[in-house]
Design a protein around this ligand. Structure first.
Ligand code: DGP
Ligand code: NA
Ligand code: NA
Length: 213
């Protein structure tokens, strides 16, 4: 019986975009707004730098260590895999997860460095598929102007341009685009509206699926 209470679950919502598009601010506000409206929600982010794999990633991003491009790709992917079962149990217990970056970052950034896109995607097969991907769209030049980049490895205009092109290739039916150059309050409002819709269909029993669907 589809739509019964036993099928009810939280939504898996992913925010994607170039560095400095506003993802972190918006995902934080979104979770606070969802909770205010009585939904249980958690903010997650990838890379999750708190795990031991995450610490290797963090050290690489801050240029404290060097790794082969394939190796770091597999670490980013492993960092998502190590959270998969917790992710599934949270969703099944009715918690909506708002995730700041996911597999799309993995593919968009690594293929921008020259790795084969299909090889990049293959490492993500079987991870949970988001119910909604919101892309905060900003021209790379505008993002670079926003208070300057923080100096991490990928925060360079030429690379970000390629990342933006790769994101376009990855767009699919679960994607919604928001103009990240709009006033912050407008972005917040549009995002909340999209997510509430998605939360509702998941409460009604939309089945979980896996990447790449
Ligand atoms: P953030 O903590 O959101 O600033 O992300 C750190 C940086 O790592 C950012 O430039 C995006 C990049 N990134 C995130 N996920 C992946 C991934 O899976 N693979 C690669 N190559 N880069 C990623
Ligand atoms: Na960053
Ligand atoms: Na990641």
């Amino acid at each position: 019986l589809r739509g019964g209470k036993e099928d009810s679950r939280g939504a898996l919502v992913v925010l994607e975009g170039l560095d400095r598009c506003g993802k972190t601010t918006q995902s934080t506000r979104l979770v606070a707004n969802l909770e205010k409206l009585g939904h249980s929600a958690e903010l997650w982010r990838f890379p999750d730098r708190t795990t031991s794999v995450g610490q290797m990633i963090s050290s690489y991003l801050s240029n404290k260590s060097q790794l082969d491009d394939h190796t770091i790709h597999l670490l980013f992917s492993a960092n998502r895999w190590e959270k998969r079962s917790l992710m599934e149990s949270k969703l099944k217990s009715g918690i909506t997860l708002v995730v700041d970056r996911y597999s799309y970052s993995g593919v968009a950034f690594s293929s921008a460095k020259g790795l084969d896109i299909e090889w990049c995607k293959a490492q993500e097969i079987g991870l949970l598929a988001p119910d909604l991907v919101v892309y905060l769209d900003i021209p790379p030049e505008k993002a670079a102007e926003r208070g300057g980049y923080g100096g991490e490895r990928y925060e360079q205009l030429e690379l970000q341009k390629k990342v933006g092109q790769n994101y376009q290739v990855l767009r699919g039916p679960t994607w919604k685009i928001i103009d990240a150059c709009s006033p912050m309050e407008d972005v917040e409002e549009q995002l909340q509206e999209m997510v509430l819709d998605c939360v509702k269909t998941c409460q009604e029993g939309k089945p979980l699926s896996c990447l790449w669907s």
